[in-house]
Ligand binder design. Structure first.
Ligand SMILES: [Zn+2]
Ligand SMILES: [Zn+2]
Length: 385
């Protein structure tokens, strides 16, 4: 299941209309010919997969509230093209929808939520990457301390929060006010090669309304698959240009000021969670859905081969592995290590370590991605391939 992304953009909306056909209630699939053409380009182990689409878009609201500038990103979902058209028409009056796939609108978050809900039955909104400093509802730069401050009288229509790359459910569990929200995790649709690496697991019927129901009630919401939050661009605090990276404790000791340039540090997700947390680290609320942390397969293969995750060599090896063993998530999570070892002993070792959580983390800060490694820099890697 994938979000289409960007359905507010007129050109993309046309593409979606032309190429998607209705499948289960509220869901779409590619038209038969297009699906066949794409399947031909995929390894047999992947070509047979059923892929479904849900109409989705990320929207950026920028406005003033309480004497401060607010910049909040929201994920919006629609059950059909008619509802999406209603929203597009409304938004088109206050924003230029053709300038960006993630449009910027000068509406209050509450008013965007109202427009969403009135677009059609089953339309809903999920605050996006809630902790990121610049565009998260709890962000240190332009966010709020509670969901209520942001969505006002319509807050009851918010039932899920997206954790983003820089936070995982365990961090969110420390804030008791968030217990009533389902935690979801989605990839950045603007980076196609990593689509699907963060994902939410549902145990429901395959249809839009069953998924919506699972998000509302928690029944059928089976948790998330996440990057390690340290890999996110805003996990800890710092200044990228000054080469300064700090843990929340150190930031506090230094009064939030950069020791190099003397200006305010960019305060990341971990610090913000510490600010709003009313529970200790490691607390787990009753009934909370679980999660697992993974590292993308190209990054692990890149480490093994000693090339970048986007290099041709790594791409070819990932293709070979998926051809032999099936989809990436299955390789990372389910395929027995012994079986992986038949095709790549080093990958088997790496996946074993990943599954045991034996990884080295260098946290991201101020827009710089963090790194997660399964091997130490001086460990021999090439020889077994
Ligand atoms: Zn965003
Ligand atoms: Zn600085």
């Amino acid at each position: 299941m994938l979000g289409t992304g960007d359905f507010t953009h007129p050109a993309w909306f046309e593409q979606l209309r032309e190429n998607l056909v209705p499948a289960e209630p509220g869901l779409f699939r590619l038209g038969t010919e297009l699906d066949r053409d794409i399947s031909r380009t995929l390894p047999g182990s992947l070509a047979a997969a059923q892929v479904r689409f849900m109409l989705s878009v990320e929207i950026s609201t920028i406005y003033r509230q309480g004497e401060r500038s607010r910049k909040i990103h929201h994920l919006v979902y629609m059950p059909d093209f008619e509802a999406a058209e209603v929203l597009n028409r409304g938004l088109g009056k206050v924003a230029d929808l053709s300038s960006d796939g993630r449009p910027i609108v000068s509406l209050d978050s509450r008013d965007l939520l109202e427009m969403t809900l009135s677009s059609g039955d089953g339309a809903y909104l999920v605050p996006a990457h809630v902790w990121t400093p610049w565009f998260g509802v709890f962000g240190s730069k332009s966010g709020f301390d509670t969901i209520e401050e942001c969505y006002g009288d319509l807050t009851d229509h918010i039932f899920a929060l997206e954790t983003g790359l820089s936070s995982d459910p365990a961090m969110n569990w420390r804030v008791s006010g968030l217990d009533r929200y389902r935690l979801v995790s989605y990839s950045d649709a603007h980076s196609p090669p990593i689509v699907g690496r963060e994902t939410t697991v549902f145990e429901t019927e395959l249809d839009y309304f069953s998924i919506l129901d699972a998000l509302r009630t928690g029944n059928g919401h089976a948790g998330t698959i996440e990057f390690f939050p340290e890999e996110g661009k805003y996990h800890v605090d710092g200044h990228r240009k000054c080469g300064v990276r700090m843990d929340p404790q150190e930031t506090r000791l230094r009064g939030g000021i950069c020791p190099v340039c003397g200006r305010k540090l960019t305060v990341g997700v971990l610090s913000r969670v510490e600010d709003l947390a009313d529970r200790p680290e490691g607390f787990r609320p009753d009934g909370a859905a679980g999660f697992r942390n993974l590292v993308p397969l190209p990054e692990i293969v890149g480490e093994v081969l000693g090339f970048g995750p986007k290099s041709k060599k790594v791409g070819a090896e990932v293709d070979r592995l998926t051809e032999l063993m099936g989809p990436e998530l299955a390789i990372l999570e389910l395929v027995p290590v012994d079986e992986i070892a038949v095709h790549s002993p080093q990958l088997a070792e790496a996946v074993g370590r990943l599954r045991r959580g034996e990884v080295t983390k260098e946290p991201g800060y101020d827009g710089e991605f963090g790194t997660i490694r399964v091997f130490e820099p001086d460990e021999p890697k090439q020889t077994l391939f």
